[in-house]
Design a binder for this molecule. Structure first.
Ligand code: HEC
Length: 230
C-alpha cells in the first residue's frame, strides 16, 4: 500500500512539473495566444531576424551574447552568420542596440527596456509580447495619438511606436505580420530562459529513473520480506 502511495506521489509531482502554467493577463485586455515552440529552430531563427532587423533599432538583449547564438543548439548559427550580425562587436558581447538609452528616451520619452528577460518578467509572458505587437489600434476616445494606443499595455498609452506597423496595415499583410509577432515572441521566450529545453529533457530522465528505482526497490522489498511472518 505504502509503495502505491509513493508511486502516486512521484507521478503527481511529475504531472505538476510538466503542466505549463497558464497565467492570466494583468490589467489590460485579455491576451491573445502566441503560437510559439521554443524547440523549433526555424521559428527561433525567424524571430531572431525580426529582433535584429526591427527591435534592435531601439532595444538590446544584453544577456544573449553573439557566442550564445552559435552555442545554443536551438539556434546553432554558423560563425559566418554570427559575424554578419555582430559587425565589429565582440563575440562575447550581448546583443546591444546601436541606439543609446539616452537617445531613445529623448526621441520616445521613455527608455526601451532590455528585452533579455522580458518574457519571464511580464505577466502573460510570450502571450503578452504577441498581444502588444498586434494590439496597436486607434484610440476609441481619440485622446491617445495613433501608434501610441495599445489596450494590452497597462494604461493603454505606450511610448513604443508600433514596431511592426500593425496599425493600418493592408489586409493582405495580416498573416505575415502575425507570423512575425509569433516568431519574435518565441525568440524572446527562448532567450528569457535559454536552458529551458535542456532542463526539461533532464527532468524527463530524472523522473523516469525515479519511477524505475521505485519499482526495483518495491520488488526488492517483496523479496526480502516474503519469508518473514508479519
Ligand atoms: C522605435 C523604437 C522601438 C522599436 C523599434 C521597438 N521598440 Fe519596444 N519599446 C520602445 C519604447 C520606447 C518602449 C517603452 C514603452 C513604454 O514604457 O511606454 C518599448 C517597450 C517595449 C516592451 C515593454 C512593454 C512593457 O510591458 O513594459 C516590449 C515587450 C517591447 N517594447 C517589445 C518590442 C519588440 C518585440 C520590438 C520588435 C518587434 C520592439 N519592441 C521594437 C521602443 C521601441
Amino acid at each position: 500500500m505504502k509503495t502505491t502511495n509513493t508511486l502516486m506521489a512521484i507521478l503527481a509531482i511529475a504531472v505538476m512539473g510538466f503542466s505549463t502554467s497558464a497565467m492570466a493577463s494583468g490589467g489590460g485586455a485579455a491576451l491573445k495566444h502566441a503560437e510559439i515552440d521554443v524547440t523549433n529552430q526555424e521559428q527561433l531563427r525567424r524571430g531572431l531576424t525580426v529582433f535584429v532587423d526591427v527591435c534592435m533599432g531601439c532595444h538590446s538583449a544584453k544577456y544573449m551574447t553573439y557566442r550564445g547564438l552559435m552555442a545554443y543548439p536551438e539556434l546553432a548559427l554558423t560563425r559566418e552568420e554570427v559575424d554578419d550580425l555582430r559587425g565589429d562587436k565582440s563575440l562575447m558581447s550581448g546583443m546591444i542596440s546601436d541606439m543609446s538609452p539616452e537617445d531613445a528616451t529623448e526621441s520616445y520619452g521613455k527608455s526601451p527596456p532590455d528585452l533579455s528577460l522580458i518574457v519571464p518578467g511580464r505577466r502573460g509572458g510570450a502571450d503578452y509580447i504577441y498581444s502588444l505587437m498586434v494590439g496597436f489600434e486607434h484610440d476609441p476616445d481619440g485622446k491617445i495619438p495613433d501608434g501610441n494606443y495599445n489596450p494590452f499595455y497597462p494604461g493603454g498609452r505606450i511610448a513604443m511606436p508600433d514596431p511592426l506597423s500593425w496599425l493600418d496595415h493592408d489586409a493582405a499583410d495580416t498573416a505575415e505580420l502575425e507570423q512575425q509577432a509569433h516568431d519574435v515572441s518565441a525568440f524572446l521566450a527562448f532567450i528569457g530562459d535559454p536552458h529551458q529545453n535542456e532542463r526539461r529533457a533532464i527532468g524527463c530522465w530524472v523522473v523516469g529513473f525515479l519511477v524505475l528505482l521505485t519499482l526495483v526497490l518495491w520488488r526488492l522489498k517483496v523479496e526480502v520480506w516474503k519469508d518473514v511472518k508479519h
